[in-house]
Write a protein that binds this ligand. Sequence first.
Ligand code: ATP
Length: 220
Amino acid sequence: MEAGLFGGTFNPLHNGHIGIIKYVKQAFHLQKIFLFPSATPPHKSIIDLVPARDRLEMVKGWAENREGFYASDIELKRKGPSFTIDTINELKNGAFKKPHGSRLHFSLLMGSDAFFDIITWKKQSLIFQTIPIIVMLRGDRTGIDPIASFIDEYISKGYKLDKGLTQFTHEHLQPVRICNVPKIDISSTMIRARVKKNQSINGLVPANVENIIKKKDLYK
Ligand code: ATP
């Protein structure tokens, strides 16, 4: 069974996240997508970062009763910064076995901005050895050239782009697949800024997220 892992700060979860994961789920025939909020993101400034339990509540509230989407607290249970390689290793050691069975083949989903950041990640070369990656190009169909140059320069010269321009394959490393997701101009930064200015976020985040932000008076 094919499954996607989608990590993020989700500060807050917004309709951009949701639009792209719904798209990639269909395009890559993923039966399950696991969203895992990071406890302490190692690469982001923590200004305006609301507690992990609030971010998890947002993701959980959206995912429950949605077929094929699950919220995971795997990174919240670990102490210290949330490193993706640690999450991947936990999963390989069967962390999801009980509720989801042992036949899950995971791919790591990430936006192109996160992908370009990957050279700063802990044990990034191990990530490329361990798990296929699906890079979601944010609405930019000409965006494959920078990905190709980046892979060539920083990851490995052994990756080859296929003729259909949809994936990079390597003799020894895991494939890097490309998904041209629809352009959705929403970011968590934008949502936080709107809340601060008392502007409406209706239609930009799911209803449950809007309710949590209002009820707990977040991002003010
Ligand atoms: P911030 O504005 O605080 O930097 P963000 O909106 O980018 O946050 P994250 O939780 O950091 O949200 O993102 C998790 C993942 O979702 C990243 O891989 C990011 O590239 C991707 N992503 C976020 N928003 C969009 C969007 N509108 N379209 C495509 N990908 C997105």
